[in-house]
Write a protein that binds this ligand. Structure first.
Ligand code: ATP
Ligand code: HSE
Length: 316
């Protein structure tokens, strides 16, 4: 379940009226998702998604919401936050910061083929280019400083060989981040969490990217690595699927060819992407934020992915 906050009909009705979206017809809590409270909202003008932000603050949210608006205006299929009559897109519902966006059509492709990976690679590159003139700044809040802070917190819960891997990979990533190749990586606003369940497809046609609430300014290569690590692997073993990885890389590069430093650091970034989600999953697993019915994502999956990335670098 992902309804941490129950939204009464009258509160949804008030918001819909204020945003001039017609008459509220239905309000339905969305299961799935582990970060925020989400509802489908139906009015006589269409279908929307209401999100109440449970962890993010009103200071952090404008970066994500205006980024979505910026990308939507640039023609990237992402949810477009609806403004009130003053142009404000960050609202307040049940005492929580909230947003209302259009509902994307389609469904998640949870068993992707090369054609889906190519569609993601193509749109990811377009999204990176469309973000170049986005002016707000906010770092990836789940980037290296957060890893350095969080690893000591989760270490006590790990077996000695896991702790050793986590520490040595963190040391490696600190070393990479200090290198001149890393400094040369192009960067901009990135999604940073573009897993299979954050993209919609209608058949083989990509209909949207969503869930931008881990976005931030980071290297484009990190974003691509997060996608490769989820879309282009065998989930059971964590191994690369060469044909899917090639399809994604080819489609990405048809829009934006990688520069030399990016090619050099592809494997380092794949390891970084695996480390990031291993740490966050360990953190969610061992330090759950509230007594809830949520099943945390399995941290062991990203330990396997990381071991695979170290043992079998992807050849470009
Ligand atoms: N704009 C949208 N259009 C259509 N469906 C959406 C939209 N936003 C969210 N959903 C649906 O709601 C579900 C949960 O949303 P989401 O993945 O954003 O949850 P979350 O708790 O914020 O994130 P996380 O994936 O980090 O756990 C999605 O799987 C999707 O089915
Ligand atoms: N994509 C994340 C969940 C948070 O969005 C994970 O699989 O760990």
């Amino acid at each position: 379940m992902a309804v941490f906050t129950q939204v009464p009909l009258k509160d949804a009705h008030t918001l819909v009226q204020r945003l001039q979206l017609g008459e509220l017809q239905a309000l339905r809590g969305i299961e799935g998702g582990i970060e925020n409270t989400n509802y489908f909202v139906t009015t006589d003008q269409g279908e929307f998604v209401l999100t109440l932000f449970e962890r993010l603050t009103a200071e952090q949210l404008p970066f994500y919401l205006h980024l979505m608006k910026h990308l939507a205006h640039a023609g990237i299929p992402v949810p477009d936050p609806r403004p009130d009559q003053h142009g404000e897109i960050l609202h307040r519902v049940c005492g929580k910061p909230a947003a209302l966006v259009n509902r994307l059509q389609g469904k998640s492709q949870l068993a992707p083929q090369a054609v889906h990976c190519a569609a993601v690679g193509d749109m990811l590159a377009r999204m990176h280019l469309a973000g170049r003139d986005y002016e707000r700044q906010q770092p990836n809040l789940r980037g290296l400083p957060w890893w350095n802070e969080t690893v000591p917190v989760v270490l006590p819960y790990l077996a000695p060989e896991q702790a050793a891997l986590l520490q040595s990979e963190l040391a490696y990533q600190n070393h990479v981040a200090a290198s001149s190749a890393y400094t040369a990586l192009p960067r901009g606003p990135v999604h940073a969490d573009l897993f299979r369940d954050n993209v919609m497809f209608d058949g083989d046609t990509l209909t949207g990217f969503f869930d931008f609430y881990f976005a931030g300014v980071d290297t484009w290569m990190f974003d691509l690595a997060v996608c490769l690590n989820d879309w282009c692997i065998d989930l059971a073993t964590g191994q690369h699927d060469t044909s899917r990885a090639e399809a994604m890389l080819r489609a990405y590069q048809a829009v934006r060819p990688l520069i030399a430093a990016e090619r050099e650091l592809l494997n380092a970034m794949l390891r970084a992407g695996a480390l990031r989600f291993w740490i966050s999953r360990l953190w969610d697993f061992h330090l759950p934020r509230q007594a809830s019915l949520l099943t945390p994502h399995d941290p062991a999956h990203f330990e396997r992915v990381l071991r695979q990335r170290i043992a079998q670098p992807l050849a470009l």
